[in-house]
Design a binder for this molecule. Sequence first.
Ligand SMILES: NC(=O)c1ccc[n+]([C@@H]2O[C@H](COP(=O)([O-])OP(=O)(O)OC[C@H]3O[C@@H](n4cnc5c(N)ncnc54)[C@H](O)[C@@H]3O)[C@@H](O)[C@H]2O)c1
Length: 381
Amino acid sequence: MTTATRIDWTREHCRLLRAIRDEFARTRPFEGKTIGTGIHIEAKTVALLTTLRAGGAQVVATGNLNSTQPAAVGALWAEGVTVIGEPTKDQDEHREYQRQVLAARPDLILDNGGDLFAQYLDDPYPGLLGGTEETTSGRMRLAPLRDRLNLPVLVINDSPIKQFAENERAVGQSTLESFLRMTNRATTGERVTVFGYGACGRGVADNFRGAHAKVTVVEADPVTRLRAHLDGFETPSRDKAIAGANLIITVTGARDVLTAADLPLLRDGVILANAGHFPFEIEAAGLLEAAGAVQEYEDDLATLELADGRRIHLLARGHMFNLAGPRALGNSIESMDLGFALQTRCLAAVATGRVDAASCVVPVPADIDAAVANAYLDDRY
Ligand SMILES: NC(=O)c1ccc[n+]([C@@H]2O[C@H](COP(=O)([O-])OP(=O)(O)OC[C@H]3O[C@@H](n4cnc5c(N)ncnc54)[C@H](O)[C@@H]3O)[C@@H](O)[C@H]2O)c1
């Protein structure tokens, strides 16, 4: 018998990336190029970045806030990837790690949240060919910067595959999985309020309903709120939805969705959690400041005691909780294999000059979507 790690397990099941790695080892689309990456460093990322390495790239990587997993860092170093930075929740430290990635003057950028491209614009250097952006929040940030970027930037998030495989299906599952694993608390019969009914929010609401919670949706856009209503969710006023909840999950991409000003509304014992990309949806600092005492538990759990005796529980201090802590699994291997297959093919399209600056902050080209979908389906029947 031999033993293997979770990273080995994950790589084994990233079926598409395994095939692309073999292909890239022959075609070498990144020969002589450096790719700078700013994306969660966890087991699936090892499969992604080593595929880029197989294609001939030098890879200089840093993580996102609060999601870097030490075992994945070790595995990346062992495969010749330069990894910058420690797991951190500190914005300034995080920015410094990103600055160091850009100091390597990468030819291509693989971004998640738009941080690397935004920092590049503060201090541009010649030779950047373009790159990719992984998520909704990054697209929202980079779209207004199109004119200044003037480079091909393909947005993986806006592929229909990423939308339905990851955002809609996998985020909901992993959010439920992380809630159960982190808190070991019941969902059955509990009142759960989900802020945001975009692709991710729909999956979160659906999964908690499937786990026998009574789910309420708060959605800023009236048309989307109507959709939530017709999907069978309660859509009361924001204040009512907050006051009724035992668990509140934010997944909007917007800032200050839940703040200290909402404290008077919160029930005793409510659990607050954020699944949106940036840790600014729940104003954690304001809540912590307003608390008389804070009890920190292991596994990124905290209880805030208010002057009137109410207790409010906060997961991962408002960071994306489905990737928080050393035991987090994140989204399913299959969903990330699909998204990362799009990543590798899009980066190759930019590296080989197949797309130009007219493709600045645009969705994945349709033929790449089709190739990845066919590759996934090929083995199934
Ligand atoms: N946790 C994960 O693994 C993961 C994976 C993918 C994306 N994300 C992140 O999740 C967030 C949401 O992504 P999405 O693809 O669902 O975005 P989306 O744009 O499709 O949906 C967001 C929804 O939130 C609504 N909204 C905005 N502000 C609101 C507010 N204050 N109150 C109530 N509703 C509000 C919008 O009207 C919209 O319908 C983003 O930050 C994205 O980057 C997380």
